[in-house]
Write a protein of this length. Sequence first.
Length: 152
Amino acid sequence: YLLQASEKHLVLSSPVFKQMLCGLWKETTALATEGFIKFEIKNWNLQPFLILLQVLHGRPAPKGLDVDTITDVALLADYYQCLEDFRRCMRGWLREAKRTLHPSHETYTKCLWVSWILRSAINFKDFGNLVVYFAEDLIEGEGLPFHPVVLG
């Protein structure tokens, strides 16, 4: 896929993109000589990455996202260090998703992680209780980068 994005929006929103586009990375050289860069998003799903770009460019955030997509967007926002741009829409996504959640340990663990990175105390408490309630064994992080304080 070929995606077009504004360097200015990315640099202003994310220190990771700023380093990538203004630092000593190979992308900086390509941007200077060719006027655009190519980089692979092989570790990310395309749809959440498109949502990330959409929000960083000031476009309206989509509505009605499922928990997996919310989690993937949150992982990207955390990785690119641009959570501030996503706090409001992620809280809205969680609020919407709560109504149709499939009750499972995995689902609630994902919601717990999103609540943690958003610093949403009420959601964190609610989802923490649900994670404990639905746990059948040792509580694990479902591969998410939980801080040791949360699950330790």
